[in-house]
Design a protein around this ligand. Sequence first.
Ligand SMILES: [Zn+2]
Length: 350
Amino acid sequence: MVPSHMLPRFNEILASLSLKSEVYISNVQHLIDTERPKVRPRADFGWTDYYTLDEIYAWLDSLVEKYPGVVTPIVGGESYEGRQIRGVKVSYKTGNPGVALEGGIHAREWISSATATYILNKLLTSEDPVIKDLAQSFDYYVFPVTNPDGYVYTHTTDRTWRKTRSQSNSACYGADPNRNWDFHWMEAGASSSPCSDSYAGASPFSEIETRTLANYLRSISDTLLVYLDFHSYSQLLMFPYGHSQDHVSNYDVLYPLGLEAAAALAKNNGTRYEVGSIYDAIYPASGGSIDWVRGVLDTPYSYVWELRDTGRYGFLLPASQIIDTAEETLSSAVVILSHAKSNLRVNKKQ
Ligand SMILES: [Zn+2]
């Protein structure tokens, strides 16, 4: 991204180095200005607009009130600036295996948090017998915003902020919370430079957000069967690992199941997703949450979506695409959850 007043100089540099270039987005500010509807929807909460952290947390509170005995508040951890990583647990009966949903670990990926809240809402309100059955067959631990400081910062100051907001000796703030998990940390696709957007942090779990969230996940790991993580953008459905191209032990389950899930997703609006391990499908990247959840907690079904789109809007996906994006994503999650449910006995966690 180049500020307009520096464009001539930038082009000179490109020319002097004989570098070819291509414009992806000609005016980022225009996309920021038109991402949200001109008139805010009148409903308190919905999926035709993006919401602030406070609005999302207030909505979670409203669910606890509306569904007593089913929805309970949970705290997945805390942030550098002292916020809570708040979520809810949805449980219709005791003894269910667990499913965790992680949203918003990268601050600017607003569609991630919106998709997580959309799926949470469907678990509570859908009349579809398949979704109702899945809602009642698992305990869901839903954290729509796992990087609350960063998320707030994208609303107040810099729409395209990605990292946490921790401060160290460096002039630059934050670490990439999806390069900071303590599993093959810093082995691939992560930076040791504090100013990089993929800075892995000073050490594994240097960030309080990842450290405390990992502790929470450890506390439910005995029953945790499925981990669903949402990012944007690129339209990819991926599974571990990111640090190495070696296949995860249940690759022969995760890959075909991923293809089936992507096919179900495409049925909604024709949106095409590529499927593969993180290493194969996008790029080598170590220290991500799903690798840790798979590698350390031994959670058999760990998936991560890179949601819409493929670069036309990038991180600035218009709010008018939230419902279609979330609905198609739910279709793919249903495939994964249905498979996990029908194979409970072959998985050691039940
Ligand atoms: Zn991301």
